[in-house]
Design a protein around this ligand. Sequence first.
Ligand code: BG6
Length: 493
Amino acid sequence: MNENKILRPTTIIIFGATGDLAKRKLFPAFYNLYIDGRMPKGFNILALGRAENTDEDFKSYIKENLEHFSRKKLTQEDWAGFQAHITYFRHQLDQDSSYTDLQKKLKDFDTIYGTRANRLFYLSIGPNFISTISNHIKKSELASDPKKDRIIIEKPFGHDKQSAIELNQLLSETFEEEQIYRIDHYLGKETVQNILAFRFGNSIFEPLWDHKHIESVQITVAEEVGVETRGSFYEQTGALRDMIQNHLLQILCMVAMEPPATLESGEIRDRKVDVLKSIRRIPADKVDHYAVRGQYGKNTINGFDAKGYRQENGIAPDSNTETFAAVKFYLDNERWQGVPFYVRTGKKMKEKHSYITIQFKPLPNSTFSDTQHHLAANRLVINIQPLMDIRLQFMAKKPGLTLSLEPVEMIFDYFVCQEDTPEAYETLLLDALMGDLTLFMRSDQVEEAWDVVKTIQEAWENNKDASFPNYKAGSWGPDESSTLVERQGDKWW
Ligand code: BG6
């Protein structure tokens, strides 16, 4: 959402700076923004960690990781400039004195800038530390200026509706809502942001964007990887909480929302909340009808043994955690009445592919509705990753002397326009530096999204699935996932 804007001096305080997210995403994003000249003129990154590290040790660790994870190549010159803005700061999350020292450090920076700088706190830590940090920030008055100080919170934001309400309540004791940036990195993806431009910047699609013309909508986020090193986290989370409650529902909101009157962040977020509110809640006794869960089992993929979920590190041998989830939602509003929205996500699937399919209705009657012409209804595919394109499928005459029709595709490919697009974290961090909340989740959005999945969550927690593992690593998920869409004559595209 960002446009070029002069940014005030800012100190970025990263809690958990020695963790995985910081090395893979945060430092690379700041480095790329720095190269692009998008960081504030005066900025410092204060990297907080428990370990006793020298500045030099920490910087060489960051440098090494930038070699692997930065979008742009690391050069001596850029690194020399960037590293001068990093300071390692030993910090104990639960000690008062650590926050007194932090306050002093922040004031030292302010003296150098010659002004009380903005402060951007990034909580790249486990959810159970949020309250400790937030309370200390309050007590030490580190974020005392609501106009200048912001906090970014990573997902998972709570683990169910009640805990999200409590977390929102806790944060509201220290921060105003405008200071809280709840991150969902899918909203920073170029292709997801483009949904807004595509829908509301063109006159040809919006008139067709409703139940009169659209048969169904499908959203797939398939991952090829398994749980990797995150077994203990994932065991408590599962696909519904890890992906559907946030990433997939956010994409659904982008597809289904009403046109916002302006691009103002409050307006856009209001329209998204409207969508979440209109999603029909699945009755507790109908969960099996509308939702499917799966867990991957071992398999041999291309001659290699692939572990099953229960064989991964940190996973119970009889685990009931789902690594796949598919749900059929309906929206009770004028635009979408009767249109199924199918969403599915899974780990260890056949391939990494995230995409949205808008399936249009078949023609009610056509010049070509005879048996020799097999008319495929129009379909629009928005590929989110790794392909990044938009494809419109329509019927055309097959070149030749006879009049026969075939489906063809019209493709808009991002990579043809620009080979290299910013990473989601670059977009989101820049927005946070600028104070633009549009792509971040408001408290009511998060709570509403938890409410949408509540009955599924409870049913799955209370009833073990005896069929686990029920799909093979390297497949498209359990058979029941196909049944979910086939019942209505659909299939996963
Ligand atoms: C994270 C989930 O939010 O998103 C991970 O916790 C998942 O389990 C990841 O792998 C997927 O993100 P991306 O950008 O790689 O599609």
